[in-house]
Design a protein. Structure first.
Length: 265
């Protein structure tokens, strides 16, 4: 399994990618502060790696192989890493920033609903909402751009897995979700049933156990998504004028400044 790579990610920590001046993430950070997109991406990837590393601790060091728990951890990693990729997917820096802010506003709404479970009359956290509203007005965002609810996890995973060529991510996430919620339809794909037939009662007895090959496949997909997200994060954090890219891949014509292009500060 991909335990060694996950261990390296854990050792690196969440703050190993520095955002260079003039990079794409530097530009989008400037128009989303204090909700910097680079911080959002780092948080999502830290979440993904944290869940994956927990799995390595349980299976690798503790030597335990639970029936369903591995899939709940893998599911969370797929969700978080795919969300990071979804933010970084567009070619337009403006759209990258908008998607991140859209998720930030959804987060405020989720907090409101959580508070309403205690107090049905609760509204938004006023301090957080004021900071968010000030962010939008200061950077020239229209609330109508940010307000729509972002796609659900399945839609995000379907989009990013297709765009970044991660085969089987959506169906694997669905199976892992089924395992997390006690849905029985996925058990034939994720578990093994060690059956015993007494030959008389017409009833099979036995126990349901984990399938190591299924865990390995699910973990491989989660790591593939996290790896691609880290790669794009790294590319968006570098100033292309300082990386040698402009010399190794020269443009065939004069580049004209156009709407949506962020220039180095």
């Amino acid at each position: 399994m991909d335990f060694a790579e996950i261990g390296r990610w854990q050792d690196e920590g969440p703050n190993t990618v520095a955002v260079s001046s003039g990079s794409i993430l530097d530009g989008v950070d400037a128009v989303t502060e204090p909700y910097q997109v680079s911080h959002h991406i780092g948080y999502l990837l830290h979440t993904a790696v944290d869940h994956l590393h927990t799995l390595t601790m349980v299976m690798g060091q503790a030597g335990a192989q639970h029936t369903f728990a591995p899939y709940t951890l893998i599911r969370a990693a797929i969700e978080s890493a795919s969300t990071a990729l979804w933010i970084l997917q567009p070619d337009s820096p403006h759209e990258v920033a908008r998607r991140s802010l859209q998720l930030e506003y959804a987060d405020l709404n989720d907090l409101k609903r959580a508070n309403q479970s205690i107090d049905p009359a609760a509204g938004h956290d006023e301090v957080r909402l004021e900071v968010f509203t000030h962010c939008l007005s200061r950077h020239g965002w229209k609330f109508s751009e940010i307000k729509p609810r972002p796609p659900g996890h399945l839609k995000i995973i379907q989009e990013t897995s297709k765009h970044f060529d991660v085969f089987g991510a959506a169906v694997m996430w669905q199976m892992c979700s089924a395992a997390a919620h006690g849905r029985r339809w996925a058990r034939e794909y994720l578990t093994l049933f060690e059956a015993q037939d007494d030959g008389r009662s017409k009833v099979l007895s036995g126990r349901l156990v984990s399938d190591e090959s299924a865990i390995a496949m699910a973990l491989h997909i989660a790591c593939c998504i996290a790896r691609k997200a880290k790669t794009v994060q790294g590319a968006f954090s570098k100033n292309p004028l300082h990386s040698g890219t402009s010399f190794s891949r020269p443009a065939p014509e004069l580049q004209i400044v156009r709407p949506g292009l962020y220039l180095p500060r």
